[in-house]
Write a protein that binds this ligand. Structure first.
Ligand SMILES: [Zn+2]
Ligand SMILES: [Zn+2]
Length: 262
């Protein structure tokens, strides 16, 4: 059995739960401890049961609550050797909180694979998690999809994938300076709804049956806009949402649906 559930997703803070019969993990803690507690309680997850935290990258919407959480619960951070120093200096916590790895890794009964994601952080990672025959994956903060990412994510049944912005909404947003628009649209920025949809077409050709749209911009997207853009694009490719593939949307500071694979 393998579960995946977003507890919060978006530019204001990200947390995702991965759980099996024996092992509970969090990917990123980008919200303060009080809010993290509230969301874990709503999802009926005991914070003491978390066996490890994996971090995608050092931006504050992914790490804001990590130091507070591990100080209270003494939870290890599983961390690729390449990013230990970056995360340690960003989090300002002692080295003994980190368990370093250099290769694929097993935590309890979950196999963790990682892959690089192009983004304007020092080093950004995506992950897949496998337990028995079930595999789920997560990739957000994506400047552009790569063939490596598609290979890893294509092996999953359930994927949490960034649908950050609607391009016309972003371009017309008078509150966003030009440099910021360029950063978001750049190939180390964030994935648009349309590029997310294009990636889903490729993922659909593999194992993926459920995609959770994630890391939506609060200013340049809405859950309906993301869902409808993806649904319409898939239709133009002959893929029917709700029949050929299922699309869900993860929300900011709200627990999402829990997907449980046997
Ligand atoms: Zn980021
Ligand atoms: Zn982010």
């Amino acid at each position: 059995m393998l579960k995946i559930q977003t507890l919060s997703s978006g530019s204001a803070g990200n947390i995702t739960f991965i759980g099996s019969e024996q092992t509970n993990l969090l990917v990123d803690i980008g919200l303060p401890l009080s809010l993290t507690h509230k969301l874990l309680a709503e999802a009926k997850i005991d914070p003491n049961s978390i066996d490890g935290i994996l971090i995608t990258h050092e931006h504050s919407d992914h790490i804001k609550g990590v130091a507070e959480f591990i100080t209270k619960y003494d939870t290890p951070i599983y961390c690729h050797q390449k990013v230990t120093r970056i995360l340690q200096s960003a989090l300002k916590i002692p080295l003994h909180h980190f368990i370093e790895f250099t290769d694929d890794l097993t935590i309890g009964d979950i196999l963790v694979n990682y892959f690089p994601v192009p983004h304007d952080s020092r080093f950004c990672l995506g992950y897949t998690f496998t337990c028995h025959n079930a595999t789920v994956g997560i990739a957000t903060d994506i400047g552009q999809m790569t063939s490596t990412m598609l290979t890893y994510l294509g092996a999953c049944q359930v994927v949490v994938l960034e649908a950050n912005h609607d391009i016309p909404t972003l371009l017309q947003n008078p509150n966003y300076p030009e440099w910021l628009k360029r950063r978001i649209l750049g190939n180390r920025g964030h994935l648009s709804n349309l590029d997310c949809a294009r990636a889903i077409v490729k993922l659909h050709q593999n194992q993926v049956t459920q995609v959770i749209l994630a890391h939506l911009s609060e200013k340049n997207n809405t859950p309906n806009l993301a869902y409808n853009t993806v649904k319409q694009f898939l239709l133009t490719q002959g893929i029917r949402e709700g029949q050929d593939i299922f699309i869900d949307v993860a929300l900011q500071s709200k627990i999402g649906n829990c997907y449980c694979l046997e």
